[in-house]
Write a protein of this length. Structure first.
Length: 278
């Protein structure tokens, strides 16, 4: 009697980002990096996080049950493994098994433009200041000049500031990159037309002077795609709901070693700009 070889893993995703589902069919995706909570899958210029990191909804993310991801790790998952994406069946396929995305709840990472009230901005600034001062970026000589350059829409000075911060710092996502991501988030969310900042970040990303993960995060940010905690913080500011702001800010604060505080500093930086202009 012929026996069937069982795959090492057959996992169904719990949640999946809408942006991941739009990726084209390919046999050429590759595992970029593996961690205890998930792995990054290289998909063109994006890194798609597949796993379970506090159930955070990331752009191009796939959330798995934690115990299932442990089984996937045990199957021998490692950097360089090939994976195929079959869009019609909504499955990620490897030589050891498959991850089914079809039953996962779809979430949207796209920021929606909104108007923030003066009172909402003031409340947010008061909540973020204790986090912002923890960022290394708060102590650099370039912070105030960049603040003034954005206020005055001085392209040359903005270019200098972006060049200074992009890739600056240690770790998987340097602190300067995380600050820029927070700044971009408020710019794009509030439709303030700060195109110069977006244009300068996009231009300098083409030089590839930062880490792979930061490149992916910033490319997604320039397309208006952000993690769920940032989107929840924005919604709380829009509603001027202090407790929800606190909860979302705390969730962001917990990102990485200092990434969350650096993002919060970038958000604080831009909200203060808006507070002055209201």
């Amino acid at each position: 009697m012929e026996s069937k070889i069982q795959p090492a893993f057959d996992i169904s995703a719990v949640h999946v980002s809408r942006s991941f589902l739009t990726l084209p069919d390919t046999n050429d995706y590759e595992v970029h990096s593996v961690y205890s909570s998930g792995f990054n899958l290289r998909a063109g210029r994006y890194l798609c996080f597949v796993g379970n990191k506090n159930n955070e909804q990331l752009p191009f993310g796939v959330i798995l049950p934690l115990y299932d991801y442990q089984a996937l790790l045990a199957s021998g998952l490692e950097r360089g493994n090939a994976m195929a994406w079959d869009k019609s069946s909504r499955c990620l396929i490897s030589s050891n098994g498959l991850i089914r995305l079809g039953q996962g709840i779809v979430y949207d990472s796209r920021v929606v433009s909104c108007n923030l009230s003066h009172s909402g901005i003031r409340t947010a600034v008061s909540i973020l200041e204790p986090y912002g001062i923890c960022s290394d970026n708060a102590r650099t000589d370039f912070t105030l000049p960049l603040f003034r350059a954005i206020r005055d829409r001085n392209r040359n000075r903005i270019r200098e500031g972006v060049r200074y911060y992009l890739g600056r710092g240690r770790g998987l996502t340097p602190s300067g990159d995380d600050m820029l991501l927070g700044m971009l988030f408020i710019n794009m969310a509030c439709g303030k037309g700060e195109c110069v900042l977006q244009e300068e970040v996009a231009a300098q990303l083409r030089e590839g002077i930062t880490t792979d993960i930061s490149l992916s995060n910033l490319h997604a940010a320039l397309e208006g795609l952000y993690c769920g905690s940032l989107l929840r913080f924005l919604d709380a500011v829009r509603c001027n709901h202090r407790e929800d702001m606190h909860r979302a800010a705390l969730a962001i604060h917990q990102f990485g070693h200092s990434s969350g505080d650096d993002m919060l500093f970038g958000i604080l930086f831009q909200l203060k700009q808006m507070d002055l202009s209201v």
